[in-house]
Ligand binder design. Sequence first.
Ligand SMILES: Cc1cc2nc3c(=O)[nH]c(=O)nc-3n(C[C@H](O)[C@H](O)[C@H](O)COP(=O)(O)OP(=O)(O)OC[C@H]3O[C@@H](n4cnc5c(N)ncnc54)[C@H](O)[C@@H]3O)c2cc1C
Length: 322
Amino acid sequence: MTLVYVEHQEGTPDEVSLQAIAVARELAGGGPVHALAAGPSAADAAAALGEHGVAALHVPQHEVFASHAPVALGRALTELASRLGSGAVLAAGTERGNEVLAHAAALADLPLAANCTEVSAGDPMTVTRVRWGGSLLEEARLHGATKLLTVAPHAVEAAAAGAGPATVETFEPALSDADTAVRVVERVSTSAGGGVTLADAKFVVSCGRGVGSPEGFAPAEELAALLGGAVGCSRAVTIAGWRPHTDQVGQTGTKIAPEVYLACGISGATQHMAGCKGAKRIIAVNTDPEAPIISHAEYAVIGDLHEVIPAITAELRKAGAG
Ligand SMILES: Cc1cc2nc3c(=O)[nH]c(=O)nc-3n(C[C@H](O)[C@H](O)[C@H](O)COP(=O)(O)OP(=O)(O)OC[C@H]3O[C@@H](n4cnc5c(N)ncnc54)[C@H](O)[C@@H]3O)c2cc1C
């Protein structure tokens, strides 16, 4: 039996968790895949999880799960995995997925392979995983009675199985005071005016140091709004204090996978590319034809972003956008 920790928004499983389930199904080789999801609306995920091949959804019961509680989740996962005899426990390689599985690994004294892109069943299990912000891929052997791993976001596609809803089973994990001490106590929304978040946007227009000032973001804001997208930036920009850290794309920022990533005045440092290489299409706007971002881009405009972004917006308006 293979177990997956599922992240969800009000009962809608995150796409990256569905991708982890696709890997779990491959590993299970036709055997059952179960899921653990926490929170008041977790049971609402049963239909979508069943659709992706999950047989049973386990929902831990404790007031701490009203918000994100990584140690308690790690404890609940290890307890459930042990009771069910799980051969492998997976999660998405998100900040939360990696954190929860790291706690589970520490509690169970087992190794964890984080951010895997390929996984082959066996004992030891063979995994390929992303290291150093995406600058290298490592092949590793994963040992342990129960294999703990996270799946790098967007390394695989989610795959529907067309099955009926997962059965929902509740359980009460034995949690100590230490397990419940760490929890999210407040949330501050980052999407202004109910707009799309950077992580979810299908179109992202991002500016780097080449934008020159905080005011230089106005045309990018206008273009993003026109296409229902979001604005991102490089670390040079957040360090300069021109945008908040929540807008930063990269190894130490948000990892995104939009349909189109329009990177303007961004050189394309490895640490930046670690956050946007999941984009289906990268379009670069840069005055320097030798900038590294050009070699990652499907299309490039060699020019001044202060002219190019307004020109794109004007053409889109002419074509009827907005
Ligand atoms: C541990 C670590 C973690 C890091 N994490 C991140 C991260 O998460 N995200 C991140 O972005 N960086 C990260 N960095 C920093 C990274 O190495 C780069 O320093 C940073 O990405 C550079 O930002 P930039 O491309 O905006 O600036 P620059 O490298 O200065 O590039 C500016 C670009 O703008 C172009 N340009 C200038 N004027 C114009 C114009 N008018 N029109 C068009 N183009 C123009 C230039 O030709 C140049 O290519 C990290 C670094 C370290 C060490």
